[in-house]
Design a protein around this ligand. Structure first.
Ligand code: MLT
Length: 245
């Protein structure tokens, strides 16, 4: 297995696909997607384009769908939800499809949607992603951060490092054999620096600061927890993620 880390969708190669791609948007899209599926959502369908989300979801019965839209951290008018994982309770999302569009996370999912296996991970379900990789042993794995409008996000690359760090410990192979690019080595170093203070890291991060200005303190706390959900979102058709069984 070789791990390649890409900090943003813009830095992710477009001329090839890996055996397995993992989209990461710790604040907050992939945390929210994992939480929605853990709470019993039938599926999560991701769109980079809000208009397309509105059109496609229109064909679904009202009681079977929820529209989640976020831009700049805030909820989009006309949607049922924003992008807070804390809104994804079993009472609300159970048995329904979550149609979601966010500023960056859904673009990260879209840029790897042609890979044969596409997963969504965050700190909350890191171990589930690691267990999948240990079991399936894909040859090439891309860890794709969502970033913020084309620039680096501390928390996404740190989570790539959390996955790589755990695999490194379990596989017991030299780091240079496991790491396919220097970004992966950098991601492991970043995670090693912050691993005991993930909430503090989110408070320092630029998107963490943006969310704090929007009063999302509890979201940061939730997103900073590691391995609390035993759920792994996996793409079953382009853009549609379900719980891996
Ligand atoms: C994104 O896709 O950029 C986000 O998940 C932003 C957010 O809602 O925190």
């Amino acid at each position: 297995m070789k791990l390649f880390t890409y900090h943003t969708p813009e830095l992710t190669p477009t001329d090839k696909v890996p055996d397995c791609a993992i989209a990461l948007d710790i604040l907050r899209a992939t945390t929210t997607i994992a939480t929605a599926l853990n709470s019993g959502a039938e599926a999560v369908q991701a769109f980079s384009d809000l208009e397309k989300l509105m059109q496609v979801s229109e064909d679904w019965p009202l009681e079977k769908r929820l529209r989640a839209g976020e831009r700049g951290g805030a909820m989009v008018a006309g949607c049922d939800l924003g992008n807070s994982p804390l809104d994804c309770t079993p009472e609300l999302v159970g048995g329904r499809r979550l149609f979601i569009s966010t500023t960056n996370g859904t673009r990260a999912l879209e840029c790897v949607q042609n890979a044969p296996v596409v997963l969504a991970a965050a700190f909350v379900n890191r171990q589930a992603a690691v267990d999948y990789l240990m079991q399936e042993q894909p040859e090439t794995v891309w860890l794709v951060g969502s970033g913020w409008e084309g620039s680096f996000s501390l928390e996404d690359t740190a989570c790539a490092g959390a996955i790589a760090h755990s695999l490194f410990k379990q596989l017991n192979r030299p780091l240079e054999e496991l790491a396919g690019n220097d970004e992966t080595l950098g991601a492991i170093a970043l995670y090693s620096q912050w691993k005991d203070q993930l909430l503090a890291m989110l408070h320092h991060a630029s998107h963490g600061q943006r969310l704090l200005r929007l009063d999302c303190h509890e979201d940061l706390k939730y997103c900073s927890q590691t391995d609390i959900l035993d759920v792994l979102p996996i793409q079953k058709e382009p853009g549609v993620l379900v719980k891996n069984q």
